[in-house]
Every structure is written in C-alpha cells, then in structure tokens.
Ligand binder design. Structure first.
Ligand SMILES: Cc1cc2nc3c(=O)[nH]c(=O)nc-3n(C[C@H](O)[C@H](O)[C@H](O)COP(=O)(O)OP(=O)(O)OC[C@H]3O[C@@H](n4cnc5c(N)ncnc54)[C@H](O)[C@@H]3O)c2cc1C
Length: 436
C-alpha cells in the first residue's frame, strides 16, 4: 500500500488534514492553486485563509461552537491550537489575527519534512489513490466540472437555505401539527398568522436589512432560488398564496382556516430540528431573528442555523460519502471541508482532522474511527450520511445531539450536561485512538 496521501486544497480542512497525517509519519503531497489562481474570496498567498469574519465563534463549551472546538482540542487539532495562540480580544468568542494565523499554518506546513507542497490547480484526480479532496466552497471551475461528472447530480453549486429552529423553542400555544388536507401523518408544525400579524410581518420583512452578496454571486444565486423577502416584494399577498398559503389547513383552536400559515418541517429524524419551509433568505442574521420572531409561534425561537444564500459548492453527502468522510464507491478517497457538506471554519477544520485520521487508519489496514454520536463532531458526521432528500450543509448545533437519558428542563443546565457528556466521550475516544 502506498504510504503517501495526496491532499488537494490547502485551506482550513486541507491544512488540518496535512498536519495530522504528517505528525503521524505519513508522507503528504499538498496541492494548492494559490497564488497562481485565486478564488474571488481568497486574497492572500498563505494557506488556511480565513476568508470572511475573523471569528471562530464562541469559546464557551456550553455553546455548540465552543463544544466542537473543545473536542478538537482534545483530539489535538493543530489549527485550533494555532488559533488559540493568535487570539485577539473578542469577549467570549475565539477571534484570531487572520494574518498571523495563516502565516503560522503556512510555516508549519512548509517546514514539515513529511509534507511536499505543489502549486497548481488540479483538474482531475484518480479517486482510487489515497486522496483527500478539500477544495472548498469555491472550488475552481475545471475541477468542479470533473467532480460534477464523477458524482452526477450529487453536486450543488450554491446554498439557498432556510433557517432551522429547535423544536423545543417553538411556542405550541401558537402552533399545531397537521398535514395539508390531512394527507400524511401530521408531518408539519403549522404556525398560523392572523390578518394583522401577516401584514405586519410582510411590512417588516420588506424593510429588513439584507446581507450583501459578492459580485460573483449575484445572478447565479437568485436564478436558482428566490429568497422569501424577494418573493414578498412582488406583492403584499404573494406569500399567502405561496409558501404561507393556508389551504387545506384547519387550526384546531378556532376550527377555521388561518389567514396565513408558516410551516415547519422536520430536518432530522428525531424532529428536534425544524426547517422553516420556503424561507430561504438573504437577510442579515440578526434581522432573521427579529423579523421571523414576529411569527407568534417563533417569538422565542432558537435559530440553530440561519438562512443563507451564497455561492457554496458541496456534495450531496448522504448519497456520496459516509460519516467517515470517505466516498462510498472509492474507499481510498475522502472529502473534507465545506465541500463535504459541513458549514463553517471550525466544522471544516474538524472534518479535515477526521478525514485524515481515517485515511491514516485505511493505510494501516484498520477500521475507521467511530466518533461517539453524543459528541458534536460525531453528531455532525452522522448527519452527513443520514438519508435526506433536501440535504443542506450543516454547522455545529445542539439539535444534532441525541437527547440526554433523562430530560433536564432548564436550558442552561441541559446544555451543560450535553457538553459534559460529549467531552467525556471524546476524552475516552482520544485515549483509545491509537491503541487498537
Ligand atoms: C465568501 C465566503 C465567506 C465565508 N464566511 C465564513 C465565516 O465568516 N465564518 C465561517 O465559519 N465560515 C465561513 N464560510 C464558510 C467556510 O467556513 C469557509 O469557506 C472555509 O474556509 C471552508 O474551508 P475549506 O477548507 O473547506 O475550504 P477553503 O478554506 O476555501 O480552502 C480550499 C482551498 O482549496 C484551493 N483550491 C480550490 N480549487 C482548487 C483546485 N482545483 N486545485 C488546487 N487547489 C484548489 C483554494 O485555493 C483554497 O486554498 C465562508 C465561505 C465563503 C465562500
């Protein structure tokens, strides 16, 4: 068995994977298009470029972002270690000096005797050789066409996602489960709106602040999927004849058809995460919380994931890879980073680490590592492989975790308990990682 792994893309996932493998004694060939070819969002010659916000989100392990980082520290993540070392003051968040961060990663890669760097844009790859593909959400065109050909309809090129809220935060005093015309089994959570509530909602939606798109994103994204605020701008009643139409739905409280209805659909099998149907949006995150919070049932909703619209290349993970980040039909080829269907800087780093550990185990002729599902990293990986017709990239959030053995009513205590459980299991995994 060849003991060299080729990694394509020296971004967050690719660099984490390269350093992980190199530290385990594996020879790595890391191929990066920069600086010869830059995506519209990449500007620096250094590796592991932090392309937008310099925040890696909260450091508090009782938040989803903090927990996944803590798990990565336990597993010995190189990039989280670098991030910690170039931290800049940002309250409870881990924000980094992006330049120093990329410089540290680049130096560490270039000075590692097990890593050979090649500067070129990859256009195709032999999926049967030990490889980790981590070319990110802005993968260069020829390679993206190659991947598209390989995976057929299993590739996506932009992300137009509706927000996801936690079921436990929905106010069921103002919501009820039912399917339209009683077809199916009460599959939807329905959030009715009165006439006044509906028109007030539309007014606020139209006045809400939108996130700016990059020039390269404009035409492409809106062609594919219309944001709810754009649909609303076509006329005040457009939404109630569109995604908010109440036909076939009767509110059991009034025994009448509501004026308008926002529907929530299960995002995961347990139903702890609910997708706000038809609400793909380009509003700023704070505005989503404010405006969608005007829907009475969502007044105190916890947004596990906000809606987004941006260029984002990713695979249809459930049909393409498994929870070990390996291609179903090519056991030597792994996909990591945003391309694999995870969302976010830290999630991308995490997927790079897990893919590298599994590539290492493959070279050793050993079984893949089994991440406990009660860890954030394990839950995220499992989410990727679960059948899902409307697969959307996913960030770390507590809705992914299996519930505790016994219900803890207090939200803060519940998150503390979920976090403690995850950290304990991750420590056990780490202590057994190289013993078998
Ligand atoms: C515009 C934008 C803004 C974002 N903002 C945030 C944010 O604020 N917070 C957050 O958590 N997440 C954000 N994300 C999402 C995501 O976390 C980042 O994109 C993250 O960098 C993904 O890591 P990655 O390793 O998958 O890809 P990248 O970090 O993008 O790395 C991919 C690397 O592959 C190289 N490459 C591409 N194609 C080829 C090829 N054919 N051959 C060789 N090399 C190639 C690229 O040059 C790049 O260096 C953003 C994404 C985008 C597109």
């Amino acid at each position: 068995m060849e003991k060299t792994v080729t990694i394509i893309g020296a971004g967050l996932a690719g660099c984490e994977a390269a350093l992980t493998l190199a530290n385990l004694g594996i020879k790595v060939t890391l191929i990066e298009a920069k600086p010869r070819q830059m995506s519209p969002a990449h500007h620096s010659d250094d590796f592991a470029e932090v392309v937008c916000s310099n925040s890696f989100k909260s450091n508090d392990p009782c938040t989803a972002g903090g927990l996944i980082k803590q798990e990565l520290r336990i597993l010995g993540s190189e990039l989280i270690g670098f991030a910690d070392s170039v931290r800049v003051p940002a309250g409870g968040a881990l924000a980094v000096d992006r330049q120093k961060f990329s410089q540290l990663v680049t130096h560490s890669i270039k000075s590692n005797p097990n890593i050979t760097v090649i500067n070129k844009t990859v256009e195709s790859v032999d999926l049967d050789k030990p490889t980790i593909i981590a070319t990110g959400p802005l993968t260069h065109i020829t390679f993206s066409e190659f991947l598209n050909e390989m995976f057929g309809k299993k590739m996506y090129f932009y992300d137009a996602a509706a927000p996801i809220v936690s079921k436990e935060s929905v106010d069921f005093e103002h919501a009820f489960t039912a399917s339209r015309y009683g077809k199916g089994e009460d599959d939807y959570v329905n959030c009715p709106l009165s006439r006044d509530e509906y028109y007030n909602f539309v007014t606020e939606l139209l006045g809400a602040e939108r996130a700016s798109l990059h020039e390269f994103e404009k035409g492409e994204i809106f062609e594919g999927c219309m944001p709810v605020e754009v649909m609303a701008s076509r006329g005040v009643d457009t939404l109630r004849f569109g995604p908010l139409k109440p036909v076939g739905i009767v509110d059991p409280k009034t025994n009448k058809r509501p004026f308008a209805v926002v529907q929530l659909r299960k995002e995961n099998q347990s139903g702890s995460m609910l997708n706000v149907v038809g609400f793909q949006t380009n509003l700023k995150f704070m505005e989503q919380k404010r405006v969608f919070g005007l829907i009475p049932a969502l007044k105190n909703a916890e947004f596990l994931k906000c809606g987004v619209m941006h260029k984002n290349m990713y695979i249809d993970a459930p049909n393409t890879i498994n929870k070990h980040f390996v291609l179903k039909n090519h056991p030597n080829c792994f996909i990591a980073g945003q391309l694999s269907g995870v969302e976010g800087y830290v999630e991308s780093i995490g997927s790079g680490l897990v893919a590298a550990l599994n590539a290492y185990r493959t070279l050793q002729g050993k079984e893949y590592i089994e991440l406990p599902e009660c860890t954030m990293l394990g839950a995220l990986a499992s989410y990727l492989e679960r059948p899902n017709q409307d697969f959307q990239p996913m960030n770390a959030n507590f809705g992914l975790l299996p519930p505790l053995g016994e219900h803890v009513r207090d939200k803060a205590l519940r998150k503390q308990a979920l976090s403690d459980r995850a950290i304990e299991h991750m420590k056990i995994l780490k202590s057994n990682l190289f013993s078998k």
